[in-house]
Design a protein around this ligand. Structure first.
Ligand code: URA
Length: 201
């Protein structure tokens, strides 16, 4: 709204300060720490997840739990990039109780801050992690099974969605299949970024 626009931040640090000890939606009541996001302000690639989980809520950092460790391996061992050279954030910045899906009012309150982050970073590619972030960024009829691995545009930026690492961890019987599809999606992103693709990640 106008009030927020007038104070629009110039840097990620300004934005984080402006978000502050946020109580704009009801998620503040259940959170330990707000998880703003982290990484390079010059990142060529931004990962967008759904929202903080338990370990993220405790540490204030995105993707540091088991799913986060898998994401870090994808970035470092798979893509050959450093985690600190990309940027990692979420659709909502506070953990929903019991990791439930974020609700409409929560997303609507928080997503303008994600948009500001993306406007400041202006990455070459956005990688959406999972169904929820896909739906919130790409629209109500986004289907992760059908629409992962396809290029879309979000805020004038090429964006591709893949399975959330937590989904792979929840489906050990499909691990090889799911990892194969994620690796295919990641190679698609690497090719878009002009990065060299090694034989197996
Ligand atoms: N899952 C997410 O979607 N985001 C995190 O930061 C951690 C786990």
């Amino acid at each position: 709204d106008l009030q927020e626009r007038r104070t629009a931040s110039r840097t990620l640090e300004d934005l984080e300060r402006r978000i502050g000890d946020c109580r704009r939606c009801k998620l503040w009541r259940g959170r330990t720490r707000l998880v703003f996001g982290e990484g390079s302000p010059q990142a060529r690639l931004v990962f967008v997840g759904e929202g903080p989980g338990h370990e993220e809520d405790l540490s204030g950092r995105p993707f540091v739990g088991e799913a986060g460790r898998l994401l870090t391996r994808i970035i470092e061992n798979g893509m050959g990039m450093k985690r600190e050279d990309v940027y990692i954030c979420n659709v909502v910045k506070c953990r929903p109780p019991n990791n439930r899906d974020p609700e409409r009012d929560e997303v609507e309150t928080c997503i303008p801050f994600l948009r500001e982050q993306l406007e400041m970073i202006r990455p070459e590619v956005i990688c959406i992690l999972g169904r929820i972030a896909g739906r919130e960024l790409l629209g109500r009829d986004f289907k992760i099974t059908r629409d992962r691995g396809k290029w879309y545009i979000y805020m004038d930026t090429p964006v591709l969605a893949t399975y959330h690492p937590a989904f792979i961890l929840r489906n050990p019987a499909r691990e090889r299949e799911l990892k194969g599809m994620v690796w295919k999606d990641i190679q698609e992103i690497m090719s878009r970024l002009g990065l060299e693709i090694k034989k197996n990640g």
